[in-house]
Design a protein around this ligand. Structure first.
Ligand code: ADP
Ligand code: G6P
Length: 465
């Protein structure tokens, strides 16, 4: 059997926990399959310190990491990845910083990854590259003579062609995808945007069966919505740490109902919009005021990018003003926590909450939605209020779907969620759990890797860059 080599910028020790869908999902997958996980060590070093690969054995997984120099970190990670690709791919051209210097750093780090990974590869390896940081990695590997099968999965959305086309050098970026054998997206909408782009901008020929031909190469593309490890999360829900959290929340909020939000502090998550919707709900429903509390956990993320520090201030000021205006001596409407919560405690918090607010303005998938539902008591489950702009909305049709930009509509959905009768809650929960169980993280991994196995590699010798 082939060895699986996973490559991503962010890697995590699979025995520990991380905030961020990619690291959480890949840790689950690699724990089962074993293999090599290559990525950034998370360390920034002086350029003179060299670029050795560090190795660590973590259960069945071998971790191989490289450090980044300050300038590479600034241009590649903060600059091009999180200052250009992240905002544009989340439809936020207004937040993109198209500094011409960033792209060189992006190429430099992709070249560094290719150079360092190449000697670690074995002839039968299957290579699976993840996310927007590493789009040109296969092209760089091919340029060094890599013949192995390489797949790519984009964890974030792919916007419509004319939004992609706003990126200076977009043609180079999308051309680089043709160095992969298979390209995977989270949703049918993302896949349609890919087809639209390559056909209109790159004059690619659709060959049917999810194949496109351009630049003398054929690439396969498909939608592979990512899932969670339902069994693992169910066990986590029943473990002492989660149970204790559940009991504690139940005790503390015995006379009140809880709404919960758990996100990285990211502008794509629609946090200020969510707070405004909750404020609207409080304003419209004075009789329900002191019986509902929103716990919002927002873990710090990418704090050196300006848009993120702006968001932090906006959110803090919104939470402060809601509590100031609506709070009572014995009740605060919002409990805002700017920290990462231990993963073992999350299911307890989810289970104790009658409503989850998962209302991103755009999201590739959103695993929190699936985790919340999995943690529920199926006899008395809570209600998921879900943005129609999350990839998860393509699958979880029985959630209360909202437009997060519509403050009044979202406030109305919060009311509906709090008043939903038991029978309806059960039916919706059952239907969604069926989907979550069927399309779990193992389905995601197996279906992607099977499709990669079947993708016929052609013209591998082509020069890409
Ligand atoms: P993203 O990948 O954009 O962060 P997802 O919802 O897909 O969003 O995945 C986030 C993952 O990180 C989930 O597994 C979630 O449980 C975890 N997570 C997010 N925020 C926190 C937090 N504040 N504390 C602990 N875990 C978190
Ligand atoms: C999202 C992205 C991942 C990223 C994660 C955390 O899930 O799709 O690629 O790893 O956010 O962000 P960070 O910048 O801390 O890696």
């Amino acid at each position: 059997m082939s060895r699986l080599v996973v490559v991503s910028n962010r890697i995590a020790d699979p025995r520990k926990t991380a905030a961020g869908g990619l690291a959480v999902a890949l840790a689950e997958v690699l724990n089962g399959t074993g293999g090599l996980w290559f990525g950034w060590s998370g360390k920034i070093v002086d350029a003179t310190e060299g670029d050795d690969v560090h190795f660590m054995q973590a259960g069945p997984v071998k971790l191989a990491t490289v450090d980044l120099s300050q300038v590479d970190h600034d241009d590649f990670y903060l600059g091009y990845s999180n200052g250009v690709l992240w905002p544009v791919f989340h439809y936020r051209l207004d937040l993109a910083d198209f500094d011409a210097g960033y792209i060189a750093g992006y190429r430099r780090v992709n070249q560094l990854f290719a150079r360092k990974l190449m000697p670690l590869l074995q002839p039968d390896d299957v290579i699976w590259v993840h996310d927007y940081h590493l789009i040109p990695l296969a092209a760089e590997l091919r340029a060094l003579g890599c013949q192995q099968r390489i797949g790519f999965f984009l964890h974030i959305p792919l916007p419509p062609p004319l939004i992609v086309a706003a990126i200076p050098g977009h043609d180079w970026l999308i051309r680089a995808l043709f160095a992969y054998d298979l390209v995977g997206f989270q949703s049918q909408a993302d896949l349609a945007h890919f087809a639209g782009y390559v056909e209109s901008e790159a004059h690619a020929q659709p060959l049917g069966d999810g194949r496109w031909r351009a630049f003398g190469r054929t690439v396969h593309a498909g939608a592979f919505p990512i899932g969670i490890d339902v069994e693992e999360f169910t066990q986590l829900t029943q473990a002492p740490e989660a149970m204790e959290m559940y009991e504690r929340m139940k005790r503390e909020y015995s006379r009140r109902r809880l709404l919960v939000g758990v996100d990285r502090l990211d502008y794509s998550k629609g946090l200020p919009q969510r707070m405004r919707a909750f404020r609207e709900f409080l304003q419209k429903n004075p009789d329900l005021r002191s019986s509902a509390t929103l716990i919002q956990i927002a873990s710090p993320s990418r704090e050196d990018v300006e848009a993120y520090s702006d968001l932090l201030h906006e959110l803090e000021s919104l939470c402060g003003s809601i509590n100031g205006n609506f709070g009572e001596l014995d009740w605060m409407p919002v409990r805002y926590i700017h920290r990462t919560v231990a993963r073992a405690r999350l299911p307890g918090l989810f289970r104790a909450s009658q409503v989850a607010l998962v209302t991103p303005l755009r999201d590739g998938m959103n695993l929190v939605a699936k985790e919340y539902l999995t943690a529920q008591d199926e006899e008395d489950p809570g209600v998921l209020v879900l943005s129609r702009f999350a990839g998860a909305a393509e699958q979880l049709r029985e959630a209360l779907l909202v437009n997060p930009y519509d403050t009044e509509g979202t406030a109305a959905a919060i009311l509906l969620a709090l008043q939903m009768p038991l029978e309806e809650r059960r039916l919706r929960h059952q239907a969604m759990m069926k989907t979550i169980r069927q399309y779990d993280v193992h389905w995601w991994c197996d279906s992607f890797l099977n499709a990669l196995q079947e993708a016929q590699a052609e013209e591998k010798g082509t020069s890409w860059l």
